[in-house]
Design a protein around this ligand. Structure first.
Ligand SMILES: NC(=O)c1ccc[n+]([C@@H]2O[C@H](COP(=O)([O-])OP(=O)(O)OC[C@H]3O[C@@H](n4cnc5c(N)ncnc54)[C@H](OP(=O)(O)O)[C@@H]3O)[C@@H](O)[C@H]2O)c1
Length: 263
């Protein structure tokens, strides 16, 4: 289902306090949507809401830890009440680390699954019935290329993103005749606070060269929604990796080792 106008639409963006979520919230507001800003850091959300309002847009602030199921359901009720309904859900909140499986702390692996996957699951479960009832909605999953290809030092992150991609693909079939469109977004490396100094220092030059600014990603998401697409990978060239992995797995393994984090 194509999303061609944001005027009189409402959107809820998780992970709106930073990076991709922050910029996407600004764009949605600029295009005319009223936006609910969700994340844990209330001060950052308030500053963003002020920026949106100063530019003539509309935003509300809803602090919430997406890994907490009861907080998500309570916040979803608040969003529906304050916005008068939610048309667009952007499941974006998430984080990642680069660690070997052996070194990775089990509590953090579990937490990553709760934030990246269960956060998406809770928000979708909380808002989807309401979208189906209105026979109108768009659910956008900000997944990752790590949800399509497993690479070293991303085991727990890839697991959470593969889960998110699987959920999105299955769901997209189930709800398309009920008026709800699901778009999966698989970004490659995007220049946001997601990467700390240590990760940037260890990133091989070939991966650094592939890193893009967030704006082209935001453009691609808006374009994909306008065209009614179900899945995008940004930058698009990375899609060739999905084909190579299937047709030439040996070559893919050698290439993956060359492009992943330095020890
Ligand atoms: N940057 C990349 O290269 C890249 C590539 C592929 C996919 N992605 C995905 O894109 C999404 C956004 O990442 P980003 O690059 O914009 O990173 P970022 O700048 O670090 O932003 C992450 C956002 O997620 C929020 N968040 C984290 N844990 C949360 C929790 N428990 N509850 C609520 N909000 C939470 C953070 O807000 P608070 O800290 O205020 O809660 C923040 O707003 C993530 O899902 C990430 O996996 C990023």
């Amino acid at each position: 289902m194509q999303l061609t106008s944001y005027v009189d639409k409402t959107a809820l963006v998780t992970g709106a306090s930073s990076g991709i979520g922050r910029l996407l919230s600004l764009r949605l507001a600029r295009l005319g949507a009223k936006v609910a800003l969700v994340a844990r850091r209330e001060e950052e959300l308030r500053a963003l809401a002020a920026e949106i309002e100063d530019a003539g847009g509309k935003a509300i602030v809803l602090p919430c830890d997406v890994a907490d199921r009861s907080q998500v359901f309570a916040t979803a009720e608040q969003a529906i009440a304050q916005l008068g309904g939610v048309d667009i859900l952007i499941n974006n909140a998430g984080y990642g680390h680069h660690r070997t499986f052996l070194e990775w702390d089990l509590d953090d692996m579990e937490r990553m699954m709760r934030v990246n996957f269960f956060g998406t699951l809770y928000w979708t479960k909380a808002l989807l019935p309401h979208m189906v009832e209105r026979r109108r909605g768009w659910v956008v999953m900000i997944a990752s290329v790590a949800g399509k290809l497993g690479v070293p030092e991303e085991s727990a992150y890839a697991a959470s993103k593969f889960a998110q991609v699987g959920l999105a693909e299955a769901l997209s079939y189930e709800v398309e005749d009920l008026g709800v469109h699901v778009l999966t977004v698989c970004p490659g490396a995007i220049n946001t606070p997601f990467f700390d100094a240590e990760a940037l220092a260890r990133m091989p030059p070939v991966a650094k060269r592939m890193m893009i600014q967030p704006e082209p990603l935001i453009d691609a998401i808006i374009d994909a929604l306008r065209r009614g697409k179900h899945e995008i990978t940004v930058p698009g060239i990375i899609r060739s990796g999905y084909i190579v992995r299937t047709l030439a797995p040996g070559f893919m393994r050698r290439n993956t080792k060359r492009t992943t984090m330095k020890r």
